[in-house]
Ligand binder design. Structure first.
Ligand SMILES: C[S@@+](CC[C@H](N)C(=O)[O-])C[C@H]1O[C@@H](n2cnc3c(N)ncnc32)[C@H](O)[C@@H]1O
Length: 285
């Protein structure tokens, strides 16, 4: 059997532009971005920083190269050894008051009251390492009290749905455009014993029916804006919507798109340059 090949986008940038280009890579669908320079174990190239970003497949990697503002190239790593080394960077972390995120290959000793969320992102986005995921998980931790119906738009590894179900949500409906997200989300739900309450599919967001007390959408600003009507329509009266994957400079634009759909702004949470916007639909009557 031939060994698997994983695509990585390599971009050399001046040090003061590394953060900007790293953000672009995340927005273009990177699943992880490593910065290499003279101080890191794998050295960079020349004076600046070499950004090495993993992508789920060749199509996504080549699309990113075409859209980046800096010259970039696609390289491949063959075999699983490198990916396993990359896993060394994931460590258990406490998120919010209750969640203790555990990569499936690590042991944890939970404190009283900790709810252990075990995740293996496989080839899907959603390890919990990225700010946009952590911002959503913190909102899930804050808002799920028990019995809610949750809609997870762009579920990736299923991490947000599984967290909500572990915290007592009655049911989660999760969708993604990537086929791979379905088995990975199912496996993560099983690893946490919540698979009976998760429905995951590649149903387009526009075709999902019903209204939900909590809607989670960690996608990217242009997609959140384009899909404002169908995403907002899934928020039940009195329900909340968490919009993540948004860089600070796009936050107002995203918020405006959802105000136009009849939702009210409740809060904006920040981690570095990323924002999560919480919108609510007033209870009717
Ligand atoms: C940033 S990841 C978030 C994954 C996970 N929910 C998390 O919070 O870590 C965005 C996900 O949205 C998916 N996505 C992008 N466009 C989409 C669309 N139009 N409809 C549904 N999912 C989409 C991507 O495939 C990806 O899995």
């Amino acid at each position: 059997m031939s060994e698997p090949r994983y695509p990585y986008v390599h971009v050399s940038v001046p040090a003061d532009e590394a953060e900007l280009v790293s953000d672009q890579l995340w927005v273009l669908g990177a699943q992880g971005v490593e910065e290499r320079d003279a101080t890191t174990m794998s050295a960079g190239e020349g004076e600046g920083v070499l950004l090495v970003a993993s992508f789920p497949d060749d199509t996504a990697a080549h699309r990113a190269v075409a859209e980046l503002t800096h010259p970039a190239r696609v390289e491949h790593v063959v075999g699983d050894a490198w990916r396993d080394a990359w896993r060394e960077h994931f460590h258990p972390q406490k998120i919010g008051a209750r969640l203790l995120l555990r990569p499936s290959w690590r042991e944890v000793e939970p404190a009283e009251g900790d709810v252990v969320l075990t995740i293996d992102p496989g080839g899907a986005f959603g390890s919990g390492i990225h700010e946009t995921t952590r911002l959503c998980l913190a909102e899930v931790d804050r808002r799920v009290r028990g019995g809610e119906r949750v809609f997870d738009a762009g579920c990736g590894s299923g991490i947000l749905s599984v967290a909500a179900l572990l915290l007592g949500a009655a049911e989660a409906v999760a969708v993604d455009v990537e086929d791979n997200a379905v088995p990975v989300s199912e496996e993560n739900a099983e690893a946490n014993g919540v698979e009976a309450r998760l429905r995951v599919s590649t149903t387009p967001i526009e075709e999902v029916e019903g209204a939900f007390e909590l809607v989670l959408a960690n996608i990217q600003a242009p997609i959140l804006i384009a899909l404002a009507a169908p995403i907002a329509a899934r928020v039940a009266p009195g329900g909340a919507l968490v919009l993540s994957g948004v860089l600070a400079e796009r936050a107002e634009e995203v918020e405006a798109a959802y105000r136009a759909e009849g939702l009210a702004h409740e809060a904006t949470e920040a981690e570095s340059e990323w924002r999560a916007i919480v919108m609510t639909r007033l209870a009717s009557g």
